[in-house]
Design a protein. Structure first.
Length: 194
């Protein structure tokens, strides 16, 4: 698993947290090296700008728990529609599967991706479904596969997927995937209704 940096952690926090960190570092650096104080605080101010931009495009990080809970509360039909819509918006042709190992077949640029998301409500998805999905790749001549859960993946599932053409989607990646699919499009009206 990749190590997280201070900047990646701050970019997931509300934008003002990075401003507070930048101000505190500036104050401390100004006491010892006043000439270099702005350069110490500048990267954190940059992270604040990035976080503000990112948050203006979507919802605040505090909403993530609520949004994941809402995904878990969806019926299978609602969840499947949100996921299939998200992939269609990325240019995939989405077909429902009759296989027990995966739920959808995604086609794009001549490549086949197998998609599994029927166990979306579990708290932690184990290695079994991930292995089953990976084994279905050869039988279906797929390029890769995607396994989705609104919970977390077990350490064994993460270990199994590492180095294999298996993409595990949960948490922030799932929210990013479904962000545009669940959001209704704005309709601009020239003449308002009476």
């Amino acid at each position: 698993m990749a190590k997280r940096t201070l900047f990646s952690i701050l970019s997931e926090q509300p934008w003002w947290v990075s401003i507070v960190v930048a101000a505190a570092l500036y104050a401390v650096a100004y006491q010892f090296l006043p000439l270099y104080a702005p350069f110490v605080a500048l990267p954190f101010a940059g992270v604040a700008v990035y976080a503000a931009w990112k948050q203006s495009r979507g919802r605040a990080p505090a909403d993530a728990v609520e949004r994941l809970a809402a995904l878990r509360e969806m019926s299978w039909d609602q969840f499947a529609l949100a996921i299939s819509t998200a992939y269609r918006k990325q240019g995939y042709v989405v077909e429902e599967s009759k296989s027990g190992a995966f739920d959808f077949t995604l086609r794009k640029n001549g490549q086949i991706t197998l998609l599994q998301c029927r166990r979306w409500k579990v708290n932690q998805l184990g290695v079994g479904p991930v292995r089953e999905l990976h084994n279905a790749m050869d039988k279906n001549e797929a390029f890769n596969c995607v396994c989705i859960t609104a919970g977390d993946f077990s350490p064994h599932a993460l270990e199994y997927a590492a180095g294999r053409p298996v993409r595990l989607v949960s948490g922030a990646a799932l929210l990013e995937l479904t962000r545009n699919a669940a959001r209704p499009r704005r309709k601009w009206k020239i003449f308002p209704d009476n």
